[in-house]
Design a protein around this ligand. Structure first.
Ligand code: ZN
Length: 226
């Protein structure tokens, strides 16, 4: 089913629930979902909320400017990311849709950037602390960095991780952490270094290959933000 909004065909899903009194409207991605007890009620709520539907559909279409595919990766899974306008900043993360609300498109974009960075630091700190504790590794600080590297470790044992590392699956992020922690003992990529990595992450060979798959995605999607 489809309806015409702003001269565009919008996909419509009708969910029949015979026992509910009120009808409900929501967008799932760019599809309009209407829940109602019968078709008459469904048609009525669409008719009465035409302005709301048009406003939301317009903001969904605008958000496609930033994300061609209208989605971001989070923990290796694709989520729909929408930028919406609102007086106050807020982030609403559901199972597969994340909505970033702010007063302008630009500030919503900055909100998205900050949100990913915060997710990254909390995810990676958890992994570093548990892995270092478990394997008796020492480090001096954990931070976030921009740029093309997933992680780095200085001679002072300062660990830094990419601000978008929360995009990749946890097990691959665990490899990145093991790699940087191993540098606290070996500031090179020698045989001894890879033995340290292996001790913390036995599956490192496979995970290292899988990490490569995410390099181009990170560069393509976040070029604008970096
Ligand atoms: Zn390295």
């Amino acid at each position: 089913m489809e309806i015409l909004v702003d001269g565009k065909q919008v996909k419509l899903r009708y969910m029949k629930k015979p026992h509910i009194r009120n009808a409900y409207l929501r967008f799932k991605g760019d599809m309009l979902v209407v829940t109602a007890r019968d078709e008459r009620k469904a048609e009525q709520i669409i008719r009465e909320n035409r302005a709301w539907i048009e406003k939301h559909y317009r903001s969904i279409r605008e958000s496609k400017r930033l994300f061609d595919s209208n989605s971001i990766l989070f923990s290796g899974k694709r989520s729909i990311a929408l930028l919406d306008r609102a007086a106050r900043n807020s982030v609403e993360a559901n199972a597969d849709v994340i909505i970033f609300r702010s007063k302008s498109e630009d500030s919503a974009e900055r909100l998205l950037d900050r949100w990913l960075s915060e997710r990254s630091i909390s995810m990676v700190s958890g992994i570093v602390v548990s892995k270092a504790g478990e394997k008796g590794m020492e480090f001096s600080s954990i931070g976030i960095c921009r740029g093309s590297r997933w992680g780095s470790c200085s001679s002072k044992k300062e660990l830094k991780f990419n601000r978008y590392i929360c995009m990749i699956p946890i097990d691959i992020a665990e490899y990145v952490v093991a790699h940087e922690l191993a540098h606290t003992r070996q500031l090179n990529h020698s045989h001894a270094f890879w033995e340290e990595v292996k001790r913390m992450c036995p599956e490192y060979r496979t995970l290292r290959k899988e990490l490569r798959n995410y390099d181009s995605y990170r560069r393509a999607v976040f070029r604008k933000l970096e």
